[in-house]
Design a protein around this ligand. Sequence first.
Ligand SMILES: Cc1cc2nc3c(=O)[nH]c(=O)nc-3n(C[C@H](O)[C@H](O)[C@H](O)COP(=O)(O)OP(=O)(O)OC[C@H]3O[C@@H](n4cnc5c(N)ncnc54)[C@H](O)[C@@H]3O)c2cc1C
Length: 336
Amino acid sequence: MNPFTLVRLPTLDAARERVSAEPQRRTFRAGGIDLLDRMKEGLDAPDELIELHAIAGEHGARMRGIAATEDGGWRIGALVTLGQLAGYDDLPPAYGAIKDAAGNAATPSIRNGATVGGNLLQRPRCWYFRHSDLLCLKKGGYECLAVSGDNRFNAILGGGPSFIVHPSSLGSAVVALDAKVTIAGESGLRTIPADQLFAPPTVDPTREHTLAPGEVLVSVDLPPALPGQRSAYHFAKEKQSQDWPLAEASVRCTVEGGVIQDLRVALGHVAPIPWRSKEAEDVLEGAAPSAEVFAKAAQAALSVAEPLEGNAYKVPLAQGVLRYALHFATSTPLPA
Ligand SMILES: Cc1cc2nc3c(=O)[nH]c(=O)nc-3n(C[C@H](O)[C@H](O)[C@H](O)COP(=O)(O)OP(=O)(O)OC[C@H]3O[C@@H](n4cnc5c(N)ncnc54)[C@H](O)[C@@H]3O)c2cc1C
């Protein structure tokens, strides 16, 4: 690991300008869990880490807090830890998907340091990308080494030219909850739909997000809950702790007059971006909740899957995970 200097600047602008001036040498540190891993693995070698926790004043408070907003929504600061979010009892159950995603990620000790912003912006875990001796497509090489290699953990949906899966457990939840994210850039703060934060590999296989160098993710902004809004998150992992999921699903909906409405379905760890499934939403919108409808929706969601040689098992796995999430979101009893 290269030597580095930890730089503590008290304002968001100073931090942002410092990184923007030399993004090859400088980067932001939040919890540091992914960043320091990458530095230890020799993937990145910044010589200055700009400590986001040092930002004070109004911006610092916004980045560290969870608060109800004037429009009836909620704002979660980018420096809130996954542990704080998971344990935040005042967040209404309508937003349960994001709390459950935070509370099931990684381990308790990691959740105490890992931040919401860092979680959304962490780099992929694909072992070809993480291996410092291998030059895969994400690092400027010519091909995605997972295609002809061991691809058991790679994408089954939306892959190509890179087949990484997006590593953030919060990703599917923010997309299903129709969240926005606020970003600080050269011309001040701007707010965009959360799904526009994520960039598919067809745009640029070397990046997973749309932030310009030096831009800071300030907060995740949850819209006002719809009347009767429910949400749920579910996942499957090889190990129950110390591991990333193999498949995840987040669902937001309302159930009015016995039918499901206002559906948003997003799958995680199956595609290079958190994957919104319009196919599942089309089956579910206006249908009465039942195990049969959920099975049909799960089948539709994965009907567009294109598994690689070693990861076809993820198709039924993701279907099962989505079916569970739909049962939980609609409070429909699980089949015996
Ligand atoms: C054993 C293990 C299991 C794990 N399991 C899971 C899991 O199940 N699900 C899951 O989602 N994750 C999992 N993780 C990953 C972990 O959750 C992430 O590494 C962590 O959330 C990253 O957050 P951080 O605050 O430490 O980010 P950092 O490492 O500080 O930052 C990550 C990246 O984002 C940039 N960055 C951070 N914050 C901002 C910001 N506000 N604005 C602009 N740029 C920013 C940094 O420059 C860096 O490039 C696991 C990790 C380990 C070690």
